[in-house]
Design a protein around this ligand. Structure first.
Ligand code: SF4
Length: 262
């Protein structure tokens, strides 16, 4: 077995943001937080993204179809995410829905401009959020969906942040590689590509998974195991620290000499 401790792809993602966040999260240092508008917006767009292939395939005017689908999602979302949205603030919810309506013209335009059969195939879910596990890697995770492309079942990840001009953001390559490695073991087939769907813009980006990214996933898993066993990693201080729920705890820990060499 590659690592003794089971990890989740969500921890790999957290590591790419800041290794020290993995340290606090693994110690159940959870911070109660209100459900805020960006998270509700994210959930709404994620649900919409799962219907985009069907809408693109319909060959009808896309904007009204997207509007109708958002109306349905608004009714369904509390049932789908009943735990997460239990104590939702009504105003935050309304603002999030408005935000989603604002991006519909851009989604419709991009879906229209890219809607050839190959692109539609890349965003057509054949399974949604399948929970996958690898005994070899001691890794678990659920991508947003699995799609079927080039005779392979490949992972699809839905992001609601802005897309780069071309390709995908560097950090997004790591979870895609991790999900590909899980899909390989789950379906017993080689998986050398994945898809990132930037939902707020309706942009699908196919990604070739490179050996360097697979290697990086393995290295991150080894480092996560050390962190879970008690090693405090170095703080990755930056402008995003002000949004970090662990900021207070992190500052009080300082940067030990040992952590600098970790
Ligand atoms: S405050 Fe900054 S350095 Fe500390 S855990 Fe959060 S993101 Fe990392």
């Amino acid at each position: 077995m590659f690592c003794e401790t089971n990890s989740n792809v969500s921890e790999v993602v957290l590591y790419t943001k800041c290794p020290r966040k993995v340290y606090f999260a693994s110690r159940n240092e959870t911070i109660a937080d209100d459900i805020k508008k960006p998270y509700i917006r994210h959930l709404l767009l994620k649900e919409l993204a799962l219907s985009c292939a069907e809408i693109a395939r319909s060959q009808q005017e896309m904007f009204p179809l997207l509007q109708t689908r958002v109306e349905e999602i608004v009714q369904e979302i509390i049932t789908i995410y009943s735990d997460e949205l239990e104590h939702i603030d009504e105003n935050q919810f309304k603002d999030a829905v408005e935000d989603v309506y604002e991006v519909l013209p851009a989604i419709a335009a991009n879906l229209k401009s890219q809607s050839d059969e190959e692109m539609i195939e890349l965003i057509t879910p054949v399974e949604i959020e399948p929970l996958m596990h690898s005994d070899k890697l001691n890794l678990t995770g659920a991508p947003s969906a699995i799609v079927f492309h080039d005779n392979q079942k490949i992972p699809l990840l839905i992001k609601t942040s802005n897309a780069p001009k071309q390709g995908v953001w560097k950090n997004d390559r790591i979870p895609l590689a991790a999900y590909s490695m899980l899909a390989e073991e789950t379906y017993g087939q080689p998986v050398n590509s994945a898809v990132l769907f930037y939902a707020s813009q309706g942009q699908a980006r196919p990604v070739r998974i490179r050996p360097a990214e697979r290697r990086e996933v393995l290295n991150i898993l080894k480092r996560i195991e050390k962190i879970k066993n008690g090693k405090m990693p170095q703080a990755k201080r930056g402008k995003l620290c002000v949004y970090c729920p662990y900021e207070h705890m992190c500052e009080s820990q300082g940067d030990s000499l040992a952590s600098k060499f970790f």
